[in-house]
Design a protein around this ligand. Structure first.
Ligand code: FAD
Ligand code: NAP
Length: 557
């Protein structure tokens, strides 16, 4: 039935836009969807973008919590595809805050006149593949169905925020916030008692800022996390000019780096240094700040004994900053190697626990019993608040994709295909779903990298692939099952050479009860991954099978 509808709408399968439809539907208008639209226009293709929010920017549109900020330097966490944009835009800080990144997204949208092809406030809820039409029928929550040759999921890896299943959650009578769905109006905590649940990156950024305003903050910590001071500061004209003069070369270098960031690497094992030299090195890195700490040595992610030396150093720092030894002891992360959960980057996080208006509640000691109309009860005490902030994270990498009812060849669903965890070829496509591409999908470096670099790489690859399909009159392209399973095995094998799978992290799906526990991103590095993707394309899209457009197939007969 569905196929018949596709044939009727799309006419004979060709390689261009189906009749009455467009070449491509893009889902999401974060950085991924924005750049995809721009690239497709450059190829002369028609595209429609659907975005659930009312504006562009994705992550930076939704995560407006106090203190939200990127932890990759802004000179690097920004688009490199347009010299005009990178020369014209000016950042005010080394690590930009959310309002500035959102302004940047809007600047790019204005500059490229993107909004005319974006339908805001509209969620894509389903997508059905029509075998007869060799096209997708994409359904929105507004009841519209759009027919398109291709679909690009630019839906984001961290775009389904997650409320925890805590008894009584709905009963709370005060204000309720989630960091990932923060209101657009300013939130004033002055004179208020606030409970923050969670101590991941979002909590670690927001707690110091909330504590400056609120009367009292209770921090409910289930697992302590490692955090490194960001050492953020104002952008100097000289530093900015250095980058802008040399942008072409630096962007090219970043694209080859393991993490997509130009970073001070140290090609040495932590165990190769004497204890004194190691301490000096860690001290210098702590002063440098941010994610560069994890590059203090080349084996922190690989060798537990090396990793332990970094853990010991950060523990010592926490004990040195937090004045109450009992509170400091509770803040020491101990159940995972450093860096195996996304390293947090902060401004005055540990210092905040020296404030009289901040109380750390250690949940392993006194677990939460329930949320009440006035606050929260643990097994140890009752707490009353005016507001609760859930900094409880996301159903990462797969959550947003699986919310869409996607049905591919023969009606097979993505939900069934990924029942045991995501299976993709290169994190770009999934067998059974022809012409459905993912930007930074599971099985690609994505969240382990500077995501703008990874987004640009995927968008460029996808655009070139679509251009090639059109030039070669290919109506449909699909990952081969064998190539996909070999890639999944490789992704797993590489991950298990590292310490990462030792942590109950969202990388492993461990934060969502019942989610299959597999390491989802590809840890082989951005540079090596790019080479693999380029080699696959150069070999005529090796590992993908193709359906020729009808006219081309007839001509060949
Ligand atoms: P997103 O920005 O998530 O955009 C996806 C968009 O798709 C959203 O706007 C969403 O509304 C929309 N969407 C989803 N499903 C649908 C649907 N069914 N229908 C319609 N629209 C839909 N990365 C870094 O590299 N460095 C950082 O410092 C960094 N900091 C971060 C800080 C926070 C608080 C968070 C949450 C993430 C951070 N990230 C960081 C990761 C960040 O998500 C990426 O850098 C990047 O912004 C992702 O862009 P995207 O376009 O792929 O996805
Ligand atoms: P997160 O890292 O998943 O942290 C969620 C926190 O909530 C954890 O401390 C978790 O504890 C806690 N939690 C969840 N359910 C709970 C429950 N039922 N009871 C008590 N505590 C509970 O989420 P996030 O902080 O939003 O960060 C997600 C990712 O977004 C980051 O890892 C990063 O990639 C990105 N991000 C980046 C930045 C940045 O600095 N640039 C800032 C924010 C976010 P457990 O650990 O015990 O599960």
């Amino acid at each position: 039935m569905q196929q018949d509808v596709g044939r009727e709408i799309a006419g004979e399968p060709g390689s261009g836009a189906p009749a009455g439809g467009c070449d491509v539907v893009i889902v999401g208008a974060g950085f991924g969807g924005m750049y995809m639209l721009h690239r497709l226009r450059g190829l002369g293709m028609t595209a429609r973008v659907f975005e659930a929010g009312t504006g562009v920017g994705g992550t930076w549109y939704w995560n407006r919590y106090p203190g939200a900020r990127c932890d990759v330097e802004s000179m690097q966490y920004s688009f490199g595809f347009s010299d005009e944009i990178q020369q014209e835009w000016t950042w005010s800080e080394l690590f930009s805050g959310q309002p500035e990144i959102l302004r940047y997204a809007n600047f790019v949208a204005d500059k490229l006149d993107l909004r005319r092809d974006i339908t805001f406030n509209t969620r894509v809820v389903k997508a059905d593949w029509s075998e007869a039409g060799q096209c997708w029928l994409v359904g929105t929550d507004g009841g519209e169905t759009v027919v398109a040759r291709h679909v690009v999921m630019a839906t984001g890896c961290l775009s389904s925020s997650r409320m925890p299943d805590i008894a009584g959650r709905e009963s709370f009578a005060g204000r309720v916030f989630h960091t990932g769905q923060w209101p657009h109006e300013p939130v004033d905590f002055t004179g208020q008692v606030v409970g923050v649940i969670g101590t991941g990156s979002s909590a670690i950024q927001s707690i110091p800022v909330i504590a400056e305003q609120a009367k009292h903050v209770y921090v409910f910590q289930r697992t302590p996390n490692f955090s490194i001071p960001s050492r953020n500061g104002p952008m100097t004209a000289e530093y900015e000019a250095q980058w802008k003069r040399d942008y072409g070369r630096r962007r090219a270098e970043a694209r080859k780096m393991r993490s997509g960031v130009i970073a001070p690497l140290n090609d040495k094992s932590a165990l190769a240094d004497s204890e004194a030299a190691r301490r000096d090195n860690y001290e210098a890195r702590w002063k440098l700040g941010g994610t560069y700490f994890m590059q203090s040595y080349n084996d922190l992610a690989l060798n537990k004994a090396s990793n332990d030396t970094a853990v010991a150093f950060v523990h010592e720092k926490i004990r040195g900053i937090v004045k109450d030894p009992a509170v400091a002891a509770k803040l020491l992360p101990s159940n995972h190697p450093i860096g195996t959960k996304r390293i947090c980057v902060d401004t005055d996080y540990y210092e905040t626990f020296n404030r009289a208006n901040v109380t750390l509640v250690d949940l392993p000691e006194t677990p939460i019993k329930e949320i009440t109309p006035t606050g929260l009860d643990t097994t140890g005490a009752s707490y009353a608040f005016d507001a609760i902030v859930f900094a409880t994270g996301f159903d990462a990498m797969t959550g947003t994709l699986l919310k869409i009812d996607m049905r591919g060849r023969d009606g097979a669903t993505l939900r069934e295909a990924w029942a045991a965890g995501p299976h993709t070829y290169l994190g770009l496509m999934t067998a059974g779903l022809p012409n459905m591409f993912m930007i930074t999908g599971p099985g690609s470096p994505s969240v382990l990298s500077n995501m703008i670099v990874s987004i640009e790489q995927h968008v460029d690859w996808i655009a070139e692939c679509m251009g090639w399909m059109r030039a070669n009159q290919v109506a449909a392209l699909e990952a081969e099952q064998g190539a996909q399973e070999a890639w999944v095995a490789h992704v797993n094998e590489v991950a298990h050479r590292t310490l990462y799978p030792q942590a109950n992290s969202w990388y492993m799906g461990a934060n969502i009860p019942g989610k299959p526990q597999v390491f989802m991103p590809y840890i082989g590095g951005v540079g090596a991954y790019r080479e693999k993707c380029d080699a696959v394309a150069a070999a005529g899209y090796e590992g993908f099978r193709m359906t020729r457009a009808r006219a081309a197939a007839q001509a060949a007969e």
